[in-house]
Ligand binder design. Sequence first.
Ligand SMILES: C[S@@+](CC[C@H](N)C(=O)[O-])C[C@H]1O[C@@H](n2cnc3c(N)ncnc32)[C@H](O)[C@@H]1O
Length: 469
Amino acid sequence: MSTEESTSSISSSSRLTQLSTLISQRTAQITEYLKLKGLGEPSFDANGLVELPIAKEDAEIQKARVELIDATKELRDLVVGARETLRYLAWDHNDTLSLHAVYHYKIAHTFPLDGTITYTELAQKTNMIEANIRRLVRHAMTNNIFREVAGAKNTIEHTAASRLLREDTQLQCWVGLHTEDLWGVTTKTVPALEKWPRSEEFRETALQIEHGFTDSWFEYLGKRPDNLKRFGVAMASFSSGEGFEIEYLAEHPVWGSIGNGKVVDVGGSIGFACVTLARAYPGLRFVVQDLPKVVDGAQGKIPESLRDRIEFMAHDFLTEQPVKDADVYLFRWIFHNWSDKYAVEILRNHIQALKKGAKIIVNDGVLPEPGVLSKWDEKLMRTIDLIMLTTVNAREREVDDWRSLFYRADPRFRFLGASKPKESKMWAIEAVWDPDGEFSEKDAAPGALLGNSPERAAAQAALVEDGDK
Ligand SMILES: C[S@@+](CC[C@H](N)C(=O)[O-])C[C@H]1O[C@@H](n2cnc3c(N)ncnc32)[C@H](O)[C@@H]1O
């Protein structure tokens, strides 16, 4: 054995040992926590826990969980080896295929939760050839979706995952959106980049190649009411997930700093962000702007006690902003749907309306520097970024991208930084309208962590470690 070989085998075996020790420690920590709280352990059984019920305030255990997820993946990838990792990565779409079949044929709905079904019965219920339904379901089983009853060949029962595909409507819509609306489209992303290599247009994406039309993603959905409904439910489920709560936005110091000020929620949908903010800040008044069909009838859905402080206005943000005296213009989950070209246009459409010192608060994702977050969290953000590319030619942005976006829109926008509470997946990106050059990054709302210094990566890491400062 050469020295090089023996050194590399020592270092790789020591990494394997480190990982297995970490895995054992974190598993013990989590198991102890679940025991102390009187909670069961997760299991694949149909009535098993479908997620670890770790309370938000138990940050140490949350951290242990993410470390365990990362360490198990790293250990697995190392043991599988680069060659086989690549080989099998290249056919991962077959996981999507079997999941798609389970969703499409509503297999989870074909038999009761406490019951069983044979492949012969399943074939009849789905109007499929038995051999086909069996191979699709057996593939899904390798992902713990259904399992065969011990000692009863060709008979299947539910697992925790198949129970969710039966009971959790939001998750079903999520699976449907990704396996039906987006899967085929995703495969056309590289062809779209080949065809329109520098495009920032939302009509020049994988979607138009897949369908051979010029409709945008939202026009596509608009013409398919069932798909639109499914998209809406899937998005609601995603944004109601952990780390996306509007309460985190409400913690931002800017709201307290504007006293009895006025906030315009641009593209604010039916006003749910403003409802949370209005409850937290009784002095604030809100104008929620969105497309006419969205705001139509929305006022009636606002809790009565808040109606005098939240008004709705139909407004297309690709045209000039009509509300001229606001203290804050909020853009929650708007810019990641738009390429830089359009994001700049949207910002410029506000210039005529901005008074000196007016704040722009963007509540959106911020792409991390590689390696700052856990791989698990990083992959989530990078996946959203790819979906934006595939569907609308838009993007998630790093802190520097946000800074240059404001600068490109107009140098009189002063970028103040980006901050987020530790548990939040959404950031508050802050800028101020500064026509006379009076503001600097030190003028971020007090308490907001600056994310734009050379120490940004360290600051991001500190956020993850220590929470909001
Ligand atoms: C991803 S949703 C975000 C909604 C809301 N801000 C939130 O936090 O959930 C994007 C919103 O932008 C709205 N929108 C899209 N194009 C628009 C336009 N040109 N003018 C105004 N609103 C628009 C959509 O109707 C939708 O409500």
